[in-house]
Structure formats: structure tokens, C-alpha cells
Design a protein around this ligand. Structure first.
Ligand SMILES: NC(=O)c1ccc[n+]([C@@H]2O[C@H](COP(=O)([O-])OP(=O)(O)OC[C@H]3O[C@@H](n4cnc5c(N)ncnc54)[C@H](OP(=O)(O)O)[C@@H]3O)[C@@H](O)[C@H]2O)c1
Length: 281
């Protein structure tokens, strides 16, 4: 059985590879990278490299030759639908028998602009008839680090998502489920991977307990949210992207209640306080 992980140079794919190595011989593990030169570390770890770019269908057809099981880590927003179609079509042509795909929370119902590429990709995968698991990942706790850094530097935890709730968990926890799915764990075709949804107020309380710091918690308007991030050095366009996430969260897009995550992991998720301790160690 040959396993291929895409996005292997990114954090999610790299975590998934680490989990996979615990139970699969490295000789059966392949990593998709865009260039060989930059990935000596993966090679040294005994992982086979395949070169490919989602934007280049021919390269993906070549990269997926002989692969049985694919962990398809979603690409970067931009031209994602065309790129993802290349990957899915190449998988079909190469005879891949299983795809685990990193999707978006409640992708079939979500109205967030971020969800459109994911539901598009889910539908394409369904159409191929290839067995699959849609890993509908809620929000990485890591995504909040710009807000956290600003709070630790400036003493104010500022958010603009009102009472909106999010099912945060650590990226490595999501990646562990992805690695289990890739290995053939008997999961349903859709996993709603969400931590217990809580508000930013609760998130800030967890940060305060984790750090023992006095931090003022501010439920802000959009302008105040942007200002707090830019004053702390985040470029304006990035701060605006973070504001769009706040709007999605305010709108309830990530407020998903499901026990799929803990069932799939076979244990409880870390608390937000423990998560922050790990990220800030
Ligand atoms: N649920 C959430 O909270 C959340 C938040 C942010 C992102 N995401 C999604 O989760 C994915 C993984 O997250 P991450 O933190 O691991 O991101 P990351 O560290 O930025 O890694 C992205 C990976 O995707 C690869 N990639 C991007 N475009 C590609 C293309 N056209 N062809 C081949 N490979 C390509 C990158 O390769 P290079 O090293 O060559 O660039 C990199 O290995 C993201 O790409 C995004 O779709 C989810």
C-alpha cells in the first residue's frame, strides 16, 4: 500500500506525515513537494518525494502514479477550484483508491466565502466514485496567534466576532485524525472535526489562565480590531483578512457541535488553556 501526503512542506501535512510514520513503513510513504531541492529534510527522514503542483495537472498525474491512498491537503485560496480539479482528476486517472480531503466546517451548509472551494472539491471527489473521507476541519487554534501576540505585547485581547462561537483545536490534533483516515481507520465519509464551540470571551479567559497575565478583553468594532493588529505590526491586508474571519465567526459559520473529533481521536481534545500552553512554550 502506497500513501501520499500533499502539502507536506506545510505544518498540517508535516504533522500528518509524522503520525503516519509511527505505523507505516517510510518506504510506503510519499510526500508531494513542489521542488526537490528545498526538501532535503523529508528525504533524509526516508520519505519518498514526488514532485507536483496542483496548478499543473500533468505533474499531478505523474506524482500520483502507483499511489493507493491520498491525503489531499487543500491549497491556498486564489485559483483553488481549478487547482483542486487537477488533483482530483489526476487521482482518478492514476487509479487512487481513497482520498482524505481537508475541507471546511459544515461545508455543504456554510455560506462563508472560504467554504465555496471546499464544497466544490467535495462534489468533485464524490463524482469520481473514489472512496473518501471529508475532514471538515473547524478552526486551528494557531490561527489566533496574531490576536494573541497583540494581547501579549499590548495587554489587550481585541476581537470583533461578538458572541460568535468557534470549535478551536490544535493543528496537530486535526492532522492526527487525517493520518488515521489515510491509514484506513473505519471513519464515515464526512467527519465534522470541531472542538467544543466557545466564544472569544472564553478563548481570552483560557489565554489569561495559560499565561497568568493581566489582559484586558475588548469586544470591539471592526475598526478597533484592525487597528489593534496593525499597531502590533500586522500588515493592513492581513489584518483585513483576519477581520473577514471574525465576520464569519460572528455569523456562526464555525459554531459546530459534533463529537466526531474526539471519537476519531479516541481521546479528549486538549483544553484551550493546554493548547495555548503548548503554542506559547
Ligand atoms: N481550518 C483552518 O483553520 C485553516 C486555516 C488556514 C488554512 N487552512 C487550510 O489548511 C491547509 C493546510 O494548512 P497549513 O497550515 O499546513 O498551511 P501551510 O503551512 O501554508 O502549507 C500549505 C501547503 O500546501 C502546499 N501547496 C499550496 N499550494 C500548492 C500547490 N499549488 N501545489 C502543491 N502544493 C501546494 C504548500 O507547498 P509549498 O511549501 O510549496 O508552498 C504547503 O506545503 C491550508 O493550505 C488551507 O487550505 C485551514
Amino acid at each position: 500500500m502506497k500513501y501520499l501526503v500533499t502539502g507536506a512542506t506545510g505544518r498540517f501535512g508535516n504533522y500528518a506525515l509524522d503520525f503516519l510514520k509511527e505505523s507505516v513503513p517510510t518506504s510506503d510513504i510519499y510526500a508531494l513537494v513542489r521542488s526537490e531541492e528545498k526538501n532535503a529534510a523529508l528525504k533524509e527522514a526516508g520519505i519518498n518525494l514526488r514532485i507536483g503542483d496542483y496548478a499543473d495537472k500533468k505533474s499531478m498525474e505523474k506524482a500520483l502514479q502507483g499511489i493507493d491512498r491520498l491525503l489531499f491537503v487543500s491549497g491556498t485560496p486564489g485559483n483553488r477550484q481549478e487547482e483542486h480539479a487537477n488533483v482530483v482528476e489526476a487521482a482518478k486517472e492514476a487509479g487512487v483508491s481513497y482520498i482524505a480531503y481537508t475541507s471546511f466546517a459544515r461545508a455543504d451548509k456554510a455560506t462563508s466565502p472560504l467554504a465555496a472551494d471546499h464544497i466544490f472539491t467535495e462534489k468533485l471527489i464524490e463524482k469520481t466514485g473514489i472512496a473518501h473521507t471529508f475532514l471538515r476541519n473547524n478552526w486551528y487554534l494557531e490561527n489566533e496567534m496574531p490576536i494573541v501576540d497583540a494581547a501579549l505585547n499590548g495587554g489587550k485581547f481585541v476581537y470583533a466576532a461578538g458572541q460568535g462561537k468557534t470549535g478551536w483545536a490544535l493543528k496537530r490534533e486535526y492532522a492526527e485524525v487525517a493520518a488515521k483516515a489515510l491509514q484506513g481507520k473505519d471513519f464515515p465519509a464526512i467527519l465534522e472535526l470541531s472542538g467544543k464551540p466557545v466564544s472569544y470571551e472564553a478563548l481570552a479567559a483560557a489565554l489569561k489562565t495559560a499565561t497568568g497575565m493581566e489582559i484586558e478583553v475588548v469586544s470591539s468594532d471592526n475598526q478597533g480590531f484592525i487597528e489593534n493588529l496593525t499597531v502590533n505590526g500586522l500588515p493592513q491586508p492581513i489584518a483585513e483578512m483576519f477581520l473577514s474571519f471574525q465576520s464569519d465567526i460572528k455569523d456562526g459559520q464555525l459554531d459546530v457541535v459534533s463529537d466526531d473529533f474526539e471519537k476519531a481521536l479516541g481521546r479528549t481534545l486538549l483544553s484551550l488553556e493546554e493548547g495555548f500552553k503548548e503554542l506559547l512554550a
